[in-house]
Design a protein around this ligand. Structure first.
Ligand code: 4AD
Ligand code: MG
Length: 431
């Protein structure tokens, strides 16, 4: 007998097959039972009819508990009512392990309860769909950068330097030295861009941020491209093409998942380059005209500000040229103004906030040295980074896209805790 996965069923119509499954849910009467089956590749309905299989097997089916693992055998039937196009007419059940008191029943549960049971919650339909979308974004990311001549580079996770400021670092001992968990691979990616031209990284980053919002994780994954001979405006063009590419890839390859999440896909279809740009100066004016009295030039935006700006557009929007004082040390100054830098944050629509931070980098040795001193950074830890500005320094730019915020936005999840398998949050290191 052919052993297949649920997703392969549409090409096995009429055949008798064997599938390893878990029982997601069931419903039965005296004569017929409907088993909702899942195997990781998909969800499908199994039908078992007493008259066809006899008393004993029917009683086994009726007694199955939620999440029991088993091999089922049966005939694949076409069924146009299911999103999948087929169902399984079950003729045999071989229980592997009968689950006991599975805690996540089909009723509603509180978030903390679900988070305590994250190791099991991952099995639910909604979480399954979000993980598939996350996977598609990662796949499309590699495809986009490989198609565009980028080389994948893996920066270290244990580091001695901090690109994004020293207040949110996870400290650890490195034998007799001090080390930090990487908060961004950017500085190393800049070195790699001088070796390979166009590079990108994809890896975990860590921020000991005491923020408890729907956008903040302590451990999150970032995609960080870096490009030699690429200036500010060209950097934005790569970003809008990349973000449009991943959104369109998810629309194309995750139709079932988006449907299961009730995602309004018309909003996603519209995500095509170019994206609008608004300067920081104009964004401040816009907010003040909208009645925000809590923000003036020189302040950083909070979530309500970003949401108000994003609501004005139906695509992600770049906010460009922030004040020098609220951005990291490495950003290239504006050529005509010394109070702003050549940077941009990309704000997602629908209140999901900043998904990208990027900039042109300082390539002048003296200026970078001065900035390192102004920011009171440990000059020795940055000696190698400064050294890059003495050995054929060129204009270069890059950015970092936060994967979980992007997954949350595209899948319509309300909180980033659902867009990573095992979220690390303030006060949560379990499971
Ligand atoms: O804006 P950030 O801090 O930029 C950097 O780290 C740059 N060095 C990147 C670069 O230019 N190579 O972080 C980039 C993105 C943010 O836009 C956001 O999407 C995400 O990373 N991010 C977080 N996501 C979840 N939880 C957090 N605590 C995050 N902090 C940043
Ligand atoms: Mg940022």
């Amino acid at each position: 007998m052919k052993k297949i996965m649920i997703k392969e069923m549409p090409s096995s119509i009429g055949e008798t097959v064997k599938i390893g499954v878990w029982l997601a849910n069931k419903r039965s009467s005296g004569k017929i039972a409907f088993l909702q089956l899942r195997d990781g590749s998909g969800f499908v309905q199994g039908v078992i009819v007493k008259e066809e299989v006899g008393e004993e097997l029917f009683a086994t089916a009726k007694g199955l508990t939620q999440e029991t693992s088993m091999y089922v055998t049966g005939v694949v039937k076409e069924d146009t009512r299911s999103s999948f196009g087929c169902e399984l007419n079950i003729t045999g059940i071989e229980v592997i392990q009968a689950a006991v008191d599975y805690p996540i029943t089909p009723k509603e549960h509180g978030v903390e309860f679900l988070m305590d049971n994250r190791h099991l919650w991952l099995r639910s339909r909604k979480q399954h769909a979000i993980m598939k979308i996350r996977n598609e974004i990662i796949r499309a990311t590699y495809e986009f950068f490989n198609n565009n001549g980028f080389v994948k580079i893996d920066p270290p996770i244990l580091t001695g330097s901090a690109p994004e400021g020293t207040s949110e670092l996870f400290h650890t001992k490195y034998f007799d030295e001090d080390a930090y968990l990487s908060q961004s691979g950017q500085l190393y990616m800049e070195a790699a861009a001088m070796a390979l031209g166009k590079v990108f990284s994809f890896g975990p980053t860590f921020r000991a941020e005491k923020s408890k919002t729907r956008r903040h994780l302590i451990e999150f994954w970032m995609i960080e491209p870096e490009m030699a001979f690429v200036e500010f405006e060209e950097n934005l063009e790569v970003q809008e093409q990349y973000v449009a590419y991943i959104v369109q890839s998810v629309l194309k390859n995750c139709k079932m998942e988006l449907e299961r999440l009730d995602r309004d896909t018309s909003k996603l279809e519209n995500i095509q380059a170019p994206f609008p740009r608004i300067s920081y100066d104009d964004a401040i004016k816009f907010l003040q005209e909208k009645g925000f009295t809590d923000i003036t030039w020189g302040d950083d935006f909070g979530a309500p500000h970003e949401t108000a700006i994003a609501e004005h557009y139906d695509k992600p929007v770049f906010i460009t040229c922030y004040p020098t004082g609220i951005k990291p040390f490495y950003m290239q100054p504006h050529p005509e103004r010394d109070d702003v830098v050549l940077c941009a944050d990309l704000i997602a629509p629908e209140g999901y906030g900043e998904i990208i931070g990027g900039s042109e980098r300082i390539h002048d040795f003296e200026l970078l040295k001065q900035r390192i001193q102004e920011h009171k950074l440990d000059e020795q830890a940055y000696a190698w980074y400064l050294d890059l500005r003495k050995q054929g320094s060129v204009p270069h730019s890059g950015f970092g896209l936060g994967l979980e915020r992007t997954v949350a936005w595209i899948s319509g999840a309300e909180h980033v805790r659902e867009s990573i398998p095992f979220p690390r949050l303030l006060n949560r290191l379990y499971p």
